[in-house]
Design a protein around this ligand. Structure first.
Ligand SMILES: Cc1ncc(COP(=O)(O)O)c(C=O)c1O
Length: 395
């Protein structure tokens, strides 16, 4: 008889493959996919016991599903979280987190360098429900604290920021936010637990767009909210169960398989990204390259301390503004022109007119998203092929 799996005994590589497995009576080796909307009960009394939480177990897949639970358990083990809840997309994770922590009249302090849709969610959608956001400079820790109001109930950031690659010292910021008792929420999409563990650095909640590196092959949408069991069970679970932006069992299964190879993919993609960033830095058509693994990055020392590598995403600014940036993009033969990131297929995008195209010019300026900026999310193709693809439009 095998003993219980204790995540604290194992490395990230092992957790990515072995945690979260709950075999059925058939003793399948690979994780089973439970494509069912509901679960049956042996009697009316058992149904009543399940619905009243007197007996644990599955009821309906909007509440729990074994394949989704397996993904949540595995991701929680990898992030070092007590509990995770999976959502239908990264944006659903951010929305569920906000709905769980906030009410009308509350206030958010958020980094102005976050994903464009997150800015719109906070400003336009949460704003309509009476939740106000103050935008601050990501790396300015005093600025975060100065923006706090009596009704502030959430701090929100991404580090590295997408696409500016700016960082914040999570440990230093969380030391300040903790004393205020206001939850610090970190979107760990770009690093994944392979490169950075925000909860260990003092963050209270981690958000994932699982659509990105966790899947890693551009197949499905998904997301997750992770943190202490108390916070996730009491604040986030009621929103998900009732409002319903839960993850499908099929997507959870794909993501479970993605987690198994997360470490080797992220490390290899990150190493290729650094090599491309170094090569771009010496290219005469390039004004500036932004990647946390470069010694020229203004926060290189923090990046070395906080992350185990720079990550697979980099941005660069070409001389000549939008026309030159679009030329680089349009001359790519293998790098795909698409806004997704974290895929084994490298992707290229012009943030100012795509991912950050719906925010105002003023918000773009303040977030540092200039017209000459190009973002690449490096995949697993050959390094020389990728350089040749970029060189065509840069020449
Ligand atoms: C940093 C970051 N967070 C969240 C999201 C939203 O994730 P999704 O597209 O899965 O809703 C994205 C999407 O690009 C992202 O880049």
């Amino acid at each position: 008889m095998k003993s219980e799996f204790d995540p604290s005994e194992y490395s990230l590589e092992t957790l990515a493959i072995r945690s979260g497995i709950q075999r059925s009576q058939f003793q399948e080796h690979s994780e089973a996919m439970y494509l069912t909307s509901s679960f049956i009960f042996e009697s009316a009394a058992q149904a009543a016991a399940r619905f009243s939480n007197k007996e644990p177990g599955n009821i309906y897949s909007r509440f729990t599903n074994p394949t989704v639970t397996a993904f949540e358990t595995r991701l929680a083990a990898m992030e070092g979280a007590e509990m995770a809840l999976a959502t239908s997309s990264g944006m659903a994770a951010i929305l569920a987190c906000a709905m769980g922590l906030l009410k009308a009249g509350d206030h958010i302090v958020a980094s102005r360098s976050i994903f464009g849709a997150s800015i719109i969610l906070f400003n336009n959608i949460l704003g309509r429900f009476g939740i106000e956001t103050t935008w601050v400079e990501l790396s300015d820790i005093d600025g975060w604290i100065d923006a706090v109001k009596p009704n502030t109930r959430m701090f929100y950031l991404e580090t590295p920021a997408n696409p500016t690659m700016e960082l914040v010292d999570i440990a230093a910021l969380s030391a300040r936010t903790r004393t205020l008792g206001i939850p610090l929420v970190v979107d760990n999409c770009l690093c994944t637990p392979v490169l950075q563990k925000p909860l260990a650095l003092g963050a209270d909640i981690v958000i994932h767009s699982a659509t990105k590196f966790l899947d890693g092959q551009g197949r499905v949408l998904g997301g997750a909210v992770l943190g202490s069991a108390e916070m996730i069970r009491d604040k986030i679970l009621p929103v998900l169960r009732t409002a319903g932006p839960t993850l499908s069992a099929f997507n959870a299964w794909v993501l479970l398989k993605g987690l198994e190879t997360l470490q080797i993919r992220v490390e290899a993609q990150s190493a290729k990204a650094l090599a491309i960033a170094q090569w771009l830095e010496s290219h005469p058509a390039v004004e500036r390259v932004l990647h946390p693994g470069l010694e020229s990055h203004p926060q290189y020392e923090l990046a070395c301390r906080q992350q185990s590598a720079g990550g697979a995403v980099l941005s660069f600014i070409v001389h000549g503004g939008r026309a030159s940036a679009w030329k680089v993009i349009d001359h790519c033969k293998i790098i795909s022109i698409t806004a997704n990131l974290g895929d084994t297929k490298s992707t290229i995008t012009h943030p100012a007119t795509t991912t950050h195209g719906r925010i105002s010019q003023d918000e773009r300026d303040r977030a540092g998203i200039v017209e000459g900026m190009v973002r690449i999310a490096v995949g697993l193709e050959g390094l020389e092929d990728l350089k040749a693809d970029l060189a065509r439009g840069l020449s």
